[in-house]
Design a protein around this ligand. Sequence first.
Ligand code: SAM
Length: 325
Amino acid sequence: MPRELSLADIFQIGYYWETKILLTAIQLDLFSILKGASLTINQMAEIRGLNSRALELVMNALVAMRIVRKEEKVYANTVVAERYLVQSSPEYVGHLLTLHDAEWKNWGFLEQAVKTGESPVKHHVFETDPELGAQVLTVLDRIGRGSGPALAQRLKLNGAKRMLDIGGGAGTNAIAFCREYSELTATVFDLPETLKVTKKNVEEADLTDRIQLQPGNFHEDAFQGSYDVALMSDILHYQNGQTNAALVEKVYDCLKEEGRLLIKDRFLDPARTSPAWTTAFAVHILVNTEKGECFTIEESRQWMQQAGFQGIEELEPCAMVQGTK
Ligand SMILES: C[S@@+](CC[C@H](N)C(=O)[O-])C[C@H]1O[C@@H](n2cnc3c(N)ncnc32)[C@H](O)[C@@H]1O
């Protein structure tokens, strides 16, 4: 049994100060100026044109948060900040956190959203700010590259020739799957702006002869061709259940007989109270999308059943489900 929360824990959750301090440091790109260097506040303030007194308060808080170090009067990055928060690092994740900062104002409407059930947001980041969307996808891609090969092996796609990756993003899964299965070719269907990132990745992976890109809006445009496997990975939560049911039906139509649909997402458990991250993500989706939601595996099973899929099974708890045409 997890221990009961103390009052200190409640305060820790309620004080979002540390979150905003970190996000602001990323926006100001403070960690990049400390790359391989130890600097005083005045040196840092001069480089970025900032107010030294205010900057010192932020830097001291970051020291207390163990994100930077301070010795005497000079500040330096910790190992983790140097690796993940310095823009020129190949493992930089700041863009993902920048997205959260961009959504900061939307969170101010949570109370209103709870009263009305409606969010002030009408479009998601991939539609409103494709440049930030592309940067976010680049970070997600880097993280996904770690798990992609193991996922490809687990799914046992031997014999499959054609795969459709709907909302395939940076092409992370299509690339991992094509590398694992030499007979497989893939089509990544995504918004035209997103496909610019995909194109670059597919070229870098030297898979342009096996991975095709199809620009389009999956609510409006037809999927061209017929496929042995279709993947819907992390795309369900931008829309409501009814729209997802229609999307699953559309995917059913473009699969060959015995074709497989794989849905990978952040699902909630039947009680909708775990996994903890996903319960908070569901609130994030409430304030940051017009009609998005987080769903249970059971709900996705119903969409598949309605479309005609059979042999529906949960491959990974709260993460992956598949059905066969
Ligand atoms: C969170 S990303 C997931 C990317 C990828 N499937 C993965 O698992 O790494 C969501 C993707 O859905 C795409 N997307 C969102 N709405 C779309 C739409 N209406 N039509 C086509 N693609 C869409 C976005 O451009 C983005 O690439």
